[in-house]
Design a protein around this ligand. Structure first.
Ligand SMILES: Nc1ncnc2c1ncn2[C@@H]1O[C@H](COP(=O)(O)OP(=O)(O)OP(=O)(O)O)[C@@H](O)[C@H]1O
Ligand SMILES: [Mg+2]
Length: 518
């Protein structure tokens, strides 16, 4: 039971936290419980063993009718009293100060309200003014990757790291409430949304990515939104090895390819992990490389000093002429003036792809992602409008990787769990001619490799005057180093980059340490 904030109902134990039992629907039992903010909000994951259905329940303290009416008055006053703040000021601190002052005034006036009520009122005021209101707990839950609302009157769905997509007990009741909320999201992102401009694609504070539609303009069920939550701690290549997304040998091969600026294309469907894989590969660059990244929404975080991050800008105008727009195409063109060693385009979709391939033709390195199921589909997209890459340009993109979200079955988990796998790594010789370097076997959950005939390694060997066998030995040494880093818990993207940089400076020292400590 939550102490001090007036929860009166008997509670059910769930791990270390207790959950309000009336919240749990009939036929369900708690399989996991955790706290988001004590003592105000907790989460219970419940399951119906008969149907296998899983629900995500937000267990938040409730306001009594009296508290609610005071809360509404306070909110109104606060909205008047809160002024825009200086950039140097911490918004939470400022809010707290003002809220505490306002509440104090009411407290004196209203006299007999217990302290816990004021604490609850302050919690709700903070949640609704500074936070994300109804979905604030979801935004604060680090286990969630995605939060999506498909319309009012329907439960909000979340993508939970351990349970995939599951419905929650949070819902926007009516059209008006949801419209208001989408306006609030746009406001938080510093963008505009209206019936005239009913689409929002923006970044919320804290780097969370939001896509939304407003009212019934473009979606039959009214306003909708999806938030892709930002991870504080980016996934590194060692994390990918630990998750089993990639194996150390394939990663070692890619490490050499990245060192020699081999252009690479990452393919996959929505949410498969393309951007994450791309970002993880940048840990493997030489620290002396100059990199320019070009994105619509700034998602990438590179562990490098010499990095310029360019972000496109949509048009200001609502009319057909695109006043003020700076497109990916414009940015790729200008990026060449920066003399980059590597140009990274977050995702190619249009004419910017052509400029990127031209940059590859003049010897730049390049990395990008494309929305496609497999190599054939990706090449088909690249060579058709609006990208229109000539067939002869295709082999400039020397490597192709496919990332998939897959379900893995095991003896102790017959229902399977969702995870990501680099399902294939290919070398591109030309349209229709691909050399498979690594492929994931879904039956055994293993990566089958074939490095005996890699033209990328052969090309690198020739450039640096080594034999093919010497390069294969280098792949093997680097995979030992990666395996050792994984076993030693050297995993944060900064630590991984530091170790990789150390390897560039003194490969034998790092390798010998890895062998000794393995
Ligand atoms: N290998 C992985 N293991 C675990 N989680 C991952 C992995 N790759 C990505 N994720 C998580 O999955 C979510 C989607 O990843 P990401 O943004 O990289 O996908 P994407 O394919 O680029 O999506 P989009 O098509 O929307 O651009 C993120 O929350 C990320 O943290
Ligand atoms: Mg992406």
């Amino acid at each position: 039971m939550i102490e001090g904030v007036g929860r009166t109902d008997a509670s059910t134990e769930a791990g270390l936290v207790t959950i309000t039992p009336t919240l749990i629907p009939k036929g369900f039992r708690i399989i996991e419980g955790y706290s988001i903010r004590e003592p105000y909000v907790r989460i219970a994951i419940v399951r119906n063993d008969e149907t296998g259905e899983i629900l995500y329940l937000v267990d938040e303290v409730k306001l009594t009718r009296r508290e609610r009416s005071i809360y509404l008055r306070i909110i109104e006053t606060l909205e008047w009293e809160l002024k825009p703040i200086e950039e140097t000021e911490d918004p939470y601190e400022y809010f707290r100060k003002t809220a505490v002052k306002t509440i104090h005034k009411y407290r004196i006036r209203l006299g007999n309200i217990p302290g816990v009520s004021w604490a609850k009122i302050l919690y709700y005021a903070e949640r609704d003014i500074l936070g994300y209101g109804k979905i604030d707990a979801l935004m604060k839950d680090p286990n969630l990757e995605d939060i999506s609302c498909d319309g009012y009157g329907r439960p909000i769905y979340v993508w939970h790291r351990r349970y995939e997509y599951i419905p929650t007990n949070v819902m926007f009741e009516d059209e008006e409430e949801l419209n208001e909320f989408v306006l609030k999201l746009a406001h938080k992102a510093g963008k505009h949304v209206s019936t005239a401009w009913p689409i929002l694609d923006a970044m919320l504070p804290g780097m969370h990515r939001v896509a939304a539609t407003f009212s019934k303009e473009v979606s039959t069920s009214g306003s909708t939104f999806t938030i892709r939550k930002f991870r504080e701690d980016p996934i590194s290549v060692i994390d990918l090895i630990n998750f089993g997304t990639i194996d150390p040998e394939t990663a070692a091969y890619l490490w050499i390819a990245m060192e020699y600026k081999m252009p690479a294309l990452i393919m996959g469907v929505t949410g498969s992990g393309k951007t994450t894989l791309l970002n993880a590969l940048t840990c493997l660059f030489r620290p002396t490389l100059k990199v320019v990244t070009i994105e619509d929404i700034p998602e990438l975080r590179l562990p490098l000093e010499n990095w310029v991050q360019l972000v496109s800008r949509p048009s200001y105008s609502l009319g057909p002429e695109r006043v003020g727009e700076i497109s990916l195409f414009d940015l790729v063109k200008v990026s060449l003036r920066y003399r980059p060693d590597i140009i990274i385009v977050g995702e190619v979709r249009g004419e910017e792809a052509y400029v990127l391939f031209q940059a590859l033709a003049t010897g730049h390195g390049g990395l990008t992602t494309i929305h496609a199921e497999d190599v054939e589909a990706a090449v088909r997209r690249l060579t058709s409008p609006p990208m229109n890459i000539p067939d002869g340009y295709i082999p400039l993109m020397k490597l192709g990787m496919i990332i998939r979200r897959v379900r893995i079955f095991s003896e102790d988990n017959p229902a399977g769990r969702i995870t990501r796998r680099v399902a294939g790594v290919y070398e591109v010789k030309g349209v229709g001619s691909y050399n498979r370097v690594s492929i994931w076997d879904p039956y055994r959950d293993r990566f089958e490799k074939n490095l005996n005939d890699s033209f990328v390694l052969r090309e690198i060997a020739e450039t640096i005057g080594r034999s093919y066998d010497q390069l294969l030995e280098e792949v093997s040494r680097r995979s030992t180093v990666l395996r050792w880093m994984a076993s030693k818990g050297i995993r944060s993207y900064k630590d991984v980059a530091s170790m990789v940089h150390l390897y560039y400076a003194d490969p034998w020292r790092v390798y010998e340490r890895a062998v000794k400590e393995a």
